[in-house]
Each structure stands twice: as structure tokens, then as C-alpha cells.
Design a protein around this ligand. Structure first.
Ligand code: DOR
Ligand code: ZN
Length: 404
């Protein structure tokens, strides 16, 4: 098998004709069920990209310090809304056109309307589980009306996971209460033992932790986040009880060869790390299966370029600005563009007990190049996933009165 066949070449430019002849597609406004928005200056630079493309997002709590209590989640939500208002105000009068997300490069009237609509973006907050989380914290979260889920990071598993859980087996009373209060558990599913091969960490987590958790708390709503392996897809398909998974665009489009093509490429490094082609294929199959257990979660995780291009590169791929175009590319390559709407806009909402968005968006078949870098505040830049590659689909934005 050569590198092109196994997906490590350039999967975004498949040879030959596209499998579908559609030139424009419409779908309900999607939601992002796994998103990192960060805080401070970084937040102001990334939040608008998500708000222009998604109605809601489950916002990850791995700030420093992490979001462990409801009051912190409420304050963080306020900062997200303020940052969005600031980003919208800036976008109303951009310095240069290239500062604008492509969807805003349109007539001023339509741009103003899109920006007003973006202000309706709803950040859905989460809490970060620690060894000190109590059942009372869970009650407070369930009563708050603003916390939609609780995230389990095994201690040390990934970026800002050092305050995570050191022994999942000791979470009994907390998980019991989450089950009772119907609060979803979002799982970063990797063991952290130094003797386990980094490419096996997810599969070992299923055997050592997740199967037991599923059996011990049969009614607990579990989302296996950013799944990366055939074993994870299989686990979710077969699991009894409310079990779902999010899938990222990078795990649908790339295998681990992408990290090494032409040199070590840190912008393709995330955790859980990209896996072999057989796993990418299994994830794509799951995503286009039409099973409501699998839905969109970008895991867009921005880091300044200088921290990615570093001796110890941070884990995380920044996909938010062109997330839908990436997913459309993957679904089309699998001959399943018609399944994108449910995956992106219906199944996740259903799992979280929310109605799908009523507003609609469109995408156009029009090749566009992913920018090599984007502004990221304080002299920093950020290199998005697939930088410099050409995507066959372009996000056109909301369909509405002011389409121009
Ligand atoms: O690659 C990742 N980046 N994986 C995670 O789980 C966390 C994320 C981040 O916050 O940067
Ligand atoms: Zn994440």
C-alpha cells in the first residue's frame, strides 16, 4: 500500500470526479458538540468562526484553572458572550477583507445580518470532573439550567488535564448522581499509563475503564468524545444504555501518516492522536451510518502557532473556521453527502434532549484554499487544520431574508 492509498497523501484532493453532482446543499444550522474556545484574547479571536457556522456548542471546561463549579461556568459563559459581541463589533468594520472569515466577504447588508444572527450563538457549558467533585456539585449543576454535561479527563491525558481524575473507580457517588439527574458524562477515553503505547491508549481505555463504567451505571448518558479507533466505533454501536460519540473532522479525513508527511507536522497533532487508515475508515463508516449515536464534535482546539511549532508541541487541531467544509469533504468522499444534515444538525441535539435548530444554512461547491495562518492576538498567529489545502466546499452561511 503506498501513502496515497492509505490516506496519508492528500485526502482533500481525491482524484477524478466528485461522487455527487450536487453543487449546493442546504441543511439545518448545525451544532458543535465538542469545542474548545479558550479564554481572554484567544477567545475573542476564535469565537466568531464558530458562531457563524453553528447554533450551539458544548464548550469544554479545560481552562487554566479548570471550570469546576457552576459559578465559574456562568462567568465563563458571560466572557464568551462578551467576546462574541466584541468580535462582531470588530467584524462590522474590518481593517482588511482578508481579516474576515470568507462567509463575511459579501455585501455589507448581508454581512451585517449574518453578524447579528451570530450573536444568537449559544455556548452550552460543561464542568470539569476532579478527584474533589462531589454529588452536591452535580446537583448544583443539574439545578443550574446552564450546565449541560460534565467532562471526564483522566489526569494527564491531554492539554490542561493535570487536574483531571486520577482514579475513575472512585467516582462512584458522583456518577451515581449524574445518572440520577440525567447529566451526560463526556469522556476523554485514553489511559495515561506510561507503559501503554500512545496509539493503543483509547482501545485499552475501553477494556479497562469504559466497559465497566457502562455496566455499572446502565442509565448514565455517556458521550465517548472524539473517537479515533475501530474499537471505539464498535463499542458505541454495541453499547447498551444511552451511549453516543462525537467524531472530529481530522479523524475522518486523515490517518497518522499526515503527522509525518514530508517532515514532522505538529498542526496534525491532537489527542487522541490520529490512527491507522483502518481506523479512519471505521470512523467514516460510523459517521455516515445514519445511526443517531454518532454526531458532529469538532474538538477544534486552538493553540498559538509558536506553541505548536515547538520542541514539545501542544496537542490540538484548529478546525473551527472551515469545520463544515471539512465534514462535507469527508461525507462526499464516502458518497454520503445526504447523511451530513443528520450528523451535523439533528443527532447531537436529540442526544442532549434539545430541538434541532430551525434556521438553515447552505454550502456551495466551490474550491477554496484554507489560509496558511490566522490572527490569534498579541502578535500570535494560528495555523488551521489543512492549511494551504483546497476544500471543494465553501460554507455560504445562513439562509435568510438578507441573502445577497
Ligand atoms: O488535542 C487535544 N487538544 N485534545 C484534547 O483532548 C484537548 C485539546 C486542547 O484543549 O487543546
Ligand atoms: Zn477536546
Amino acid at each position: 500500500m503506498n501513502s496515497t492509498e492509505c490516506g496519508g497523501g492528500n485526502p482533500l484532493s481525491p482524484p477524478g470526479e466528485p461522487e455527487s453532482s450536487a453543487t449546493r446543499i442546504e441543511l439545518p444550522l448545525p451544532d458543535d458538540w465538542h469545542l474548545h474556545l479558550r479564554d481572554g484574547a484567544a477567545l475573542r479571536h476564535v469565537v466568531l468562526a464558530s458562531a457563524l457556522q453553528f447554533g450551539r456548542a458544548i464548550v469544554m471546561p479545560n481552562l487554566k484553572p479548570p471550570v469546576v463549579r457552576c459559578d465559574q461556568a456562568r462567568d465563563y459563559r458571560t466572557r464568551i458572550r462578551e467576546a462574541l459581541r466584541a468580535a462582531v463589533a470588530t467584524a462590522h468594520s474590518p481593517v482588511t477583507a482578508s481579516d474576515q472569515p470568507p462567509v463575511l466577504r459579501c455585501e455589507p447588508e448581508r454581512r451585517a445580518w449574518l453578524l447579528e444572527e451570530a450573536l444568537r450563538f449559544e455556548p452550552l457549558m460543561t464542568l470539569y470532573l476532579t478527584d474533589h467533585t462531589t454529588a452536591a456539585d452535580i446537583d448544583a449543576a443539574a439545578d443550574s439550567g446552564l450546565v449541560h454535561a460534565v467532562k471526564l479527563y483522566p489526569a494527564g491525558a491531554t492539554t490542561h488535564a493535570d487536574a483531571g481524575v486520577s482514579e475513575v473507580g472512585r467516582l462512584g457517588p458522583v456518577l451515581e448522581r449524574m445518572q440520577k439527574r440525567s447529566l451526560p458524562l463526556l469522556v476523554h477515553g485514553e489511559v495515561t499509563d506510561a507503559d501503554i503505547d500512545v496509539f493503543d491508549r483509547e482501545a485499552v481505555f475501553i477494556d479497562r475503564v469504559l466497559e465497566g463504567l457502562r455496566a455499572r451505571f446502565p442509565a448514565l448518558r455517556i458521550v465517548f468524545e472524539h473517537i479515533t479507533t475501530r474499537q471505539a466505533a464498535q463499542f458505541v454501536r454495541q453499547a447498551e444504555g444511552p451511549t453516543a460519540a462525537t467524531i472530529t473532522p481530522q479523524h475522518l479525513l486523515y490517518n497518522r501518516n499526515a503527522i509525518f508527511r514530508g517532515g514532522l507536522r505538529p498542526h496534525w497533532y491532537c489527542l487522541p492522536v490520529l490512527k491507522r487508515e483502518v481506523h479512519r475508515q471505521a470512523l467514516l463508516e460510523a459517521a455516515v451510518s445514519g445511526l443517531p449515536k454518532f454526531f458532529l464534535g469538532t474538538d477544534s482546539a486552538p493553540h498559538a502557532a509558536r506553541l505548536k511549532e515547538h520542541a514539545a508541541a501542544c496537542a490540538g487541531c484548529y478546525s473551527a473556521p472551515h469545520a463544515l467544509a471539512l465534514y462535507a469533504t469527508a461525507f462526499e468522499a464516502a458518497g454520503a453527502l445526504d447523511r451530513l444534515a443528520d450528523f451535523a444538525a439533528v443527532f447531537g441535539a436529540r442526544f442532549y434532549g434539545l430541538a434541532p435548530n430551525t434556521r438553515r444554512v447552505s454550502m456551495l461547491r466551490e474550491a477554496s484554499e484554507v489560509p496558511h495562518a490566522l490572527p490569534f492576538g498579541r502578535g500570535n498567529s494560528i495555523v488551521p487544520l489543512a492549511a494551504g489545502e483546497h476544500l471543494p466546499w465553501r460554507f455560504e452561511g445562513l439562509i435568510g431574508a438578507a441573502t445577497g
